[in-house]
Design a protein around this ligand. Structure first.
Ligand SMILES: Nc1ncnc2c1ncn2[C@@H]1O[C@H](COP(=O)(O)OP(=O)(O)OP(=O)(O)O)[C@@H](O)[C@H]1O
Length: 603
């Protein structure tokens, strides 16, 4: 690191030359390392060399000035034991010198010396020594002033650089305008949000870029505002921003304003991701290895990157919501939001604004700033419309419009907002029947049903029950902080037989209940919910079923298993028929009889 004096060597040299010219003596200026920073006449050749070998402690002249922080007058250098001994060997030829420390903030940071090389100069120096000391004092002040100025500039440059780095890297758009409203600074985020480069923005009047911006009013009122929702057309698209603006005050008046802004939708998304309890769910979390479930999962992985609408049907609690989330997380939208809306759980009067949002002042009581809807929130992600069968008819029309035109209109809004959202809908209702009864629009049904999927009921995938039981046991032992080793065999047998009308949700609840009730280390049937125990009591034991029924149960089990093995393509069915040694027609009849053809939808 160079010394303070070295940092502006050029100016120091100018001062040295000015002193020399005024006093007709050679001038030498050294820094605290005793390196010659500037010099005139004979000293010039010593510039950048060290005086007294740079050794302050030797106690020679400059070392003494620096360590004692006071001036010295040497009237006869050759006979002064404290002068640099190099004069004795005639390496240096000065014969008298007056020198004074250069102080900055009280500390000696260098020495300024006036040197006499001739007897005449020596005489002049001795005669005017006090005047010269006084003069050196003035020069010292001048140098200290220069250093202070230089340091202030350095500090300012550093602060400006730091501020610029902050502005450049910040994730909010920043625009600064001058006192007449011309843009004089923008950061890269502002360029991205406004869809224009710095080159095209700087120098333009703000009203050309953001017409009607209240930022201009701040120039006259001087009143700042925070987080105001403002709408501008950016490259032909209506975009809402949250803007905060502050005036920049000069000595007497406002000399500009600076605004920071973000896209409203991004702010909402951030708030959503920070507050949502949404779990990360992958296809691996859809537990089960049974043929029917495996097929669904394989199908889901095939369509996860497509933009087409998926309609998942299946009984309540079969994992439709879980599958939707897993599809989202497996696909190329996984970085985007996954937004769920339960069309059956939200009062009809609120559902429309929940889905589509509303503009400020759309209706009495509407918040002044308007509200973003779930479709906008799901931009670049997936919206999961659960219980779609409960969507009222008038909203079915609106949803159809959204699916067809890929844009939404907020309630009370005048402009269409384009959206990029993948729709996954789910229902446990029979939509086809609802369509035939006029309760669900046929056109919407077909729009939704582009990729149909059916979640099998737990009864149809009973072989998954043990693995699900283990999964939920582990989960709820952890939550309840309990220790239970296993299920009693009798418990497993009972849970495998139970028909599970509430499917996996009911199974999970049963395991959770049992974990809480059980006081031994194995889960006994007695700890199961009463409903399941009562079912056992009232049910006819399987051993009492007729032979025909028992054969049917076994036949269905074999058929489902082979469907899982060969798939439902025609060639798969041919192989199945071959293995079972029956005709293809008989196989079809049996699949129909046992309601097994519906899995075709999953392929
Ligand atoms: N295969 C599975 N593996 C693990 N957990 C599952 C599985 N399927 C469902 N679950 C769990 O069961 C519960 C019910 O699932 P989900 O809510 O997805 O069902 P649903 O079919 O959407 O129900 P509804 O029709 O009532 O909305 C959830 O807690 C879910 O995590």
């Amino acid at each position: 690191m160079s010394s303070r004096l070295m940092e502006f060597q050029e100016q120091v040299q100018e001062i040295a030359a000015a002193i020399s010219a005024a006093l007709k003596l050679d001038t030498e200026i050294v820094d605290e390392t005793m390196t010659v920073v500037a010099g005139t006449g004979q000293i010039k050749k010593r510039i950048n060399q060290k005086e007294e070998n740079g050794f302050k402690e030797a106690g020679f002249l400059y070392g003494r000035v620096l360590t004692t922080n006071r001036p010295f007058i040497i009237e006869d250098a050759r006979n002064d034991p404290h002068y640099d001994p190099s004069v004795l060997t005639s390496e240096t030829e000065e014969i008298a010198e007056i020198c004074s420390p250069i102080r900055y903030q009280g500390k000696a940071i260098g020495v300024i010396g006036l040197l006499a090389f001739t007897v005449e100069q020596q005489k002049q120096l001795i005669e005017n020594k006090y005047y010269m000391l006084e003069f050196l004092g003035q020069m010292e002040k001048l140098l200290a002033g220069k250093i202070a100025e230089q340091e202030a500039i350095k500090k300012l440059l550093l602060t400006t650089k730091q501020l610029n780095t902050i502005i450049e890297s910040i994730h909010e758009g920043i625009i600064a305008i001058d006192e007449v409203g011309n843009i004089n600074q923008v950061n890269p985020t502002a360029e991205a949000l406004l869809g224009q480069t710095r080159k095209t923005l700087i120098g333009r009047h703000l009203s050309d870029i953001l017409p009607g911006s209240p930022m201009l009013e701040v120039l006259t009122t001087g009143i700042e505002y925070k987080e105001k929702e403002e709408r501008y057309e950016i490259n032909g698209v209506q975009t809402d921003f949250l803007v905060s603006t502050s005036p920049i005050r000069g000595e007497q008046r406002i000399i500009g304003a600076v605004a920071s802004f973000r896209k409203s939708a991004d702010v909402h998304k951030l708030a959503y991701s920070m507050t949502s309890l949404q779990r990360i769910s992958s296809m691996g979390e859809v537990i089960g290895n049974s043929g029917p479930l495996k097929k669904v999962k394989e199908h889901a992985l095939k369509v996860c990157n497509s933009k087409s609408t998926i309609l998942i049907t299946g009984e309540t609690g079969t994992g439709k919501g879980l599958l939707a989330m897993a599809i989202h997380n497996a696909g190329n939208r996984r970085e985007g939001p996954f937004i769920t809306i339960n069309c059956g759980a939200i009062p009809e009067s609120l559902l429309e604004s929940e889905l589509f949002g509303y503009d400020s002042g759309a209706f009495t009581g509407a918040s002044r700033q308007g509200k973003i809807g779930k479709f906008e929130l799901a931009d670049k992600g997936t919206i999961f419309l659960d219980e779609i069968g409960d969507l009222p008819l008038h909203l079915q029309i609106k949803l159809l419009h959204v699916l067809q035109h890929k844009e939404i209109e907020r309630i009370g809004g005048t402009k269409a907002i384009p959206i990029n959202v993948r729709v996954i809908a789910a229902t446990n209702k029979n939509l086809e029947q609802m369509v035939s009864e006029g309760e669900f629009r046929a056109d919407l049904y077909f729009r939704l049903n582009v990729i149909p999927m059916t979640m099998p009921s737990l009864r149809e995938r009973a072989e998954d029950i043990p693995i699900l039981m283990q999964h939920f046991l582990k989960k709820h032992l952890k939550i309840a902080n309990k220790y239970v080793e296993q299920f009693e065999e009798e418990t497993v047998a009972l849970l495998r037989e139970y028909p599970w009308p509430g499917n996996i949700r009911e199974l999970e609840n049963a395991v959770e209940y049992a974990v809480n009730m059980e006081s031994t280390t194995r889960i006994t049937p007695a700890s199961l919910p009463r409903r399941i125990l009562n079912w056992k009591k009232t049910k006819r034991p399987s051993s009492q079923l007729s032979l025909k029924k028992r054969i049917q149960i076994e036949e269905k089990r074999i058929l489902s298993q082979l469907l899982g093995k060969y798939g439902t393509s025609v060639s798969g069915k041919k192989l199945m028929a071959q293995e079972l040694d029956i005709s293809l027609a008989t196989l079809y009849r049996k699949l129909e009889e046992y309601d097994l053809l519906k899995y075709e939808k999953n392929f």
